[in-house]
Write a protein that binds this ligand. Structure first.
Ligand SMILES: [Zn+2]
Length: 378
């Protein structure tokens, strides 16, 4: 099938693709709701079966079950196609932001990150089953369920599958305009727990140890760890503490987000968190967390892979760009193992983790065609 022919045949299915998206979006799936995420998993299992795949389910207790399936033989290589089916959206978000098509854009919770990417993989499975594309290699599809909460329950299987692959295609949202993400910052997360001592703030304040005061000082220290010129950002984005106006605060805590470009920078900040000292006498500090994902660094092989992808895209009439993302993904994990990784292959749109999250209807066919050809030719 010619390149234009492939795009046109996919375009003819636009209504079906939109219905497929509706099925995924109307099953809400926040990471922490195993019961709901498993409903999306069940939908994918059913779809795989209908397309002559043998779906495998890897049970998980605390998060949704992981789903995977494979196609073809290893003769000419092994490709891992990586998706997550959890979202950041609480149940009920759908009521405020219903699935809808407006002015050429499709809206709904998790559509850009990354249920439209998931839909693209489901379509590619149909095309494999129909013989529209013939990769002549082993293609594995892996659907994880906790990417939005640091992939603690899927990291091992992602690493295992990546090690058994020649390259990894990640269906995360692309950059604005559709560019791939060939560099991603590393990500860390910390919770600083501050233990003080309560006392009546009017009767005997001197007997208390104020955890909120310590929290205020720690926030300033933590923010000063940032080094924007090196691409390091450390921010306290959740702070809580205290119980009542007239009680010296016994407890407070801060949730910290770390983004870093250089491994040394990640280590510098991590080391500081391991050795935090209190300012207020009598305070006890406890630090949880650490570095979740290393930076996804450009390697010679990943650059070669991008150049090949750019060439394949050009034949489809797509001018494929690349760039950097401050957000981490499971692509960071596979790239850190040295397996060439292309990330940001999802459908072009905007607004990840925001209410205006959407994808472009006109981008559905070209991006699905691109994924199909990359699987076939890379
Ligand atoms: Zn994502």
């Amino acid at each position: 099938m010619s390149e234009q022919g492939l795009i046109e045949r996919i375009q003819d299915e636009t209504d079906q693709i939109i219905e497929l998206l509706r099925s995924l979006i109307e099953r809400e799936s926040p990471s922490h709701r195993k019961d709901l995420v498993d409903q999306v998993g069940a939908f994918i299992v059913e779809h795989l079966r209908a397309n002559r795949f043998t779906p495998r389910v890897e049970p998980r207790k605390e998060v949704g079950d992981i789903i995977w399936a494979e196609w073809g033989k290893e003769a000419k290589g092994r490709v891992l196609v990586l998706c997550h089916i959890d979202t950041v959206w609480e149940p009920g978000s759908l009521a405020r932001n219903p699935f809808r098509v407006e002015d050429g854009r499709i809206y709904g919770p998790g559509i850009f990150d990354m249920k439209s990417g998931v839909a693209a993989t489901l379509k590619v499975q149909e095309y494999l089953a129909r013989g529209w594309i013939c990769p002549g290699k082993k293609v594995r599809f892996l659907y994880t369920t906790d990417e939005e909460v640091a992939s603690l329950h899927s990291r091992a299987i992602i690493e295992e599958f990546a090690r058994r692959s020649d390259l990894v295609l990640v269906l995360e949202p692309p950059l604005p305009g559709g560019g791939l993400k060939t560099f991603r910052k590393g990500v860390g997360r910390y919770v600083v727990k501050i233990h003080g001592k309560s006392a009546h703030s009017g009767l005997e304040p001197e007997k208390g140890i104020n955890a909120v005061e310590e929290l205020a000082r720690q926030i300033l220290d933590i923010h000063s760890l940032s080094a924007p010129e090196k691409g390091t950002n450390v921010t306290v984005n959740v702070a809580r503490g205290g119980t009542a106006q007239n009680v010296i605060a016994e407890y407070a805590e801060a949730v910290v987000d770390l983004r870093f470009r250089e491994i040394e920078e990640g280590e510098r900040v991590d080391c500081t968190f391991r050795n935090l000292k209190p300012h207020v006498a009598g305070i006890r500090l406890e630090v949880e967390g650490g570095i979740d994902r290393p930076p996804m660094i450009k390697s010679r092989r990943s650059q070669e892979l991008f150049q090949s992808a750019k060439h394949i895209a050009a034949e489809l009439g797509i001018d494929l760009d690349e760039g950097e993302s401050g957000g981490g993904s499971d692509g960071n994990i596979t790239a850190a193992l040295g397996v060439p990784t292309l990330d940001g292959l999802g459908i072009t749109g905007d607004g990840a983790h925001a209410w205006h999250e959407h994808v472009e209807v006109a981008e559905l066919a070209p991006r699905i065609a691109l994924l199909a050809r990359l699987i076939e030719r890379l």
